[in-house]
Ligand binder design. Sequence first.
Ligand code: HEC
Length: 216
Amino acid sequence: MSKGIRAWSGVAVLAALGATVAFVGRGRGDDEEEKVKLEKTLKAQPELVKIIDMIGKGAKEADIRKAADELTKKHDLEFVMGAGFKPREKGGLGVGATPGAIKPDAVELKLIDIGATKPKKTEPKITEKDIAAEKNDWIKMAQVSQTLAEIAPSYAAMDKRTPAEQKKWNRYCEDMKKGSIDLVGAINTGEPKKVQQAADKLNASCNDCHKDFRDK
Ligand code: HEC
């Protein structure tokens, strides 16, 4: 290594170290990472919305597959899932047209909220009145989930998955799709117990897949 390069790389290392120390010291490293995540999630949103609309209008399976494959090329799954499911301030679509009007204002959290299996046992269960008041927005929320389930198979081969893993992946996608469609049906009955059970079943499909493919 020439003296020039060594001197240069020494400076680069010091600069990198300095930057790291400064970021960690002020917690800016996390902020920067969050900012990049937010940007990438927001960037995935319009294309996700396009496919949600296609599914809402009953588009052909082949056209949905084509749009999903296009999306896959441009956006990582993390951000597409985030765009559908995370709270609005983290780049997610949220629930309903008006930010903050429906709580929690995130599809993932709302799905947990309307299920019977809640993180805190003290949280009240949903009533017929809750369903009637937010029915259309809950249906849209289930359609967001259905759309993600239709898109996810386009990511089956990511992370160098084996054929067996891809088969498992696609089964979870099917569970999620069925769970989403069944939730729409349950919301339409207006019966809290049916909605709770359907939401729990859908949430189980998210958790099963995350356990095998996300959280390792
Ligand atoms: C077929 C598998 C699969 C299913 C089903 C699935 N997910 Fe995911 N999800 C993933 C994977 C894998 C990631 C991580 C992607 C990455 O980081 O590269 C992820 C990421 C996410 C993220 C964003 C990343 C983060 O910060 O956690 C959210 C939010 C999310 N999923 C919510 C859900 C919800 C809600 C459901 C069900 C309604 C669901 N997912 C169903 C595989 C799945």
